[in-house]
Design a protein around this ligand. Sequence first.
Ligand code: GLC
Length: 613
Amino acid sequence: MTLEEKIGQMVQIDRSVANAKVMKTSFIGSVLSGGGSEPLPKATAEDWVNMINEFQKGALESRLGIPMIYGIDAVHGHNNVYNATIFPHNVGLGCTRDPDLAQRIGAATALEVRATGIPYVFAPCIAVCRDPRWGRCYESYSEDAKIVQEMTEIISGLQGSIPPNSRKGFPYVGGKTKVAACAKHFVGDGGTAKGVNENNTLIDWHGLLSIHMPAYSDSIIKGVSTVMVSYSSWNGAKMHANRDLVTVFLKNTLKFKGFVISDWQGIDRITAPPDSNYTYSVQASIEAGVDMVMVPYKYDEFIQDLTLLVKSNVIPMERIDDAVERILLVKFTMGLFENPLADTSLVNELGSQEHRDLAREAVRKSLVLLKNGKNESTPLLPLSKKVPKILVAGSHADNLGYQCGGWTIKWQGFSGNSDTRGTTILSAIKSTVDPSTEVVFRDNPDNEFVKSNNFEYAVVVVGEPPYAETAGDSTALTMMESGPNVINNVCGTVKCVVVIISGRPIVIEPYVSTIDALVAAWLPGTEGQGVTDVLFGDYGFTGKLARTWFKSVDQLPMNVGDPHYDPLYPFGFGLTTESVKDLVARSTSAAIGVRACIFTIMVTLFISLYLTG
Ligand code: GLC
């Protein structure tokens, strides 16, 4: 390989600046879709396959014909793509405590990603979010390292389970229905001060190792193919320039043999205006151990700088060879050389009913019941399906975009019901209750309206708007403005269950006393039926908080195990309910048991009377 061909393999560009010619002449090794970057609005699986094959044909026409690898953020299903199944975000999956479910979600996601011709995903995010003020907290399974470690089982679903006796640290992808995964963002992204995104994680070596590092060990044991570096810093040192952690620890100590990829313009942020110095950024990141750079636009400048740094012996050829070997190892391992071109054989997997049913199961298991009735003797849930009239209220009851959250179709998510296909909570309620039950929907009803109708009960669905990354950083952590108003207008007048749609715990303490039942639904995704499955008792509530629910933001950061631990609802909390079916079965067997006892007593009495004459 020439130096140009080697450096080309280390370059990842966005699809918006890619074409067959660039792939061929610049020897580009990888292309990506950034958040929301699609071939055309509501592109079909075939559209995606055709676009990716165009880029691939260009790569295959280069001198050595090394196939390119296309990557995308599939962080809760194939979330960039119209009609894909959108699973609950990680904040909800952590509440399931179900690694097997995570594995099945990974397998379903891999199928939907491959349906569009893509072999590589920038997932899972294995951040351990330690402060809900962080705009990416919903991408984290838990504040607890052990839960995050358990949920790395999703990697086995995405890539396939690593064969026994596999060599530790080597990447593994098991065939054309699996994808290469990416553990991100290395390391300590969820521990920044005050949850400020891309900022500084101030923690000692023991703290970093015990909280933020364990899931990387699990990921490597499971054969994760790539690791993405975090924008954040550790004790003031930028992770993208941190050779001690990226090379000495991740590659040498943890024996990671896949490739390390930068984040989007991650190397650019090593230096900041007015002292920006891109050449220094290139040098520092490659020396630190970054193998592939998500440039993603100014690839000419990157190639020129790195070529100059190598030719002037600032960066040794050994470092370039290490990077390229790792990239080619992943490409060879996953069969990209044997099968570089995508086909449309899996297009029916995209948004399949089987996957939607799996997502519905995940929603059910992720919901956490925080309150059920003003006192234990008067539980409100499960709700009755057959009553004369009910009210559904709130900004999030009929908004697919809100219930999916960020990283859905668009980078920052969307509002409304037309950007993709799914079931809103309102639609799910309408299809769950008895046909004779009148369902009235108002997104922001006043108290007069509530009083003037004789509602049996109300389902109030409120919460946060969609957001991603820094746009989600918040010091107030309040719900959308109409929320408190709806709660006060409805819950003071009619029995109400409040369903919170949010990427994290938010301010709810002031309203709890007026609420009869309270459910944390997190960001459930497209399958709203999973919410009604438990509200109406077709299934019981089983979810347990994977994050501490604070009383007030003044308490933050506050995590389980902290000395000053005084939560509204503690880590691990969650009320359970039985399904109506189980309840009936149990009470029937109890009744049978009582009748059997009475019968036995009667027979015993009769026999004793008979014998004693
Ligand atoms: C973003 C995110 C990262 C994502 C990448 C590509 O800025 O930090 O999680 O994988 O860019 O979209």
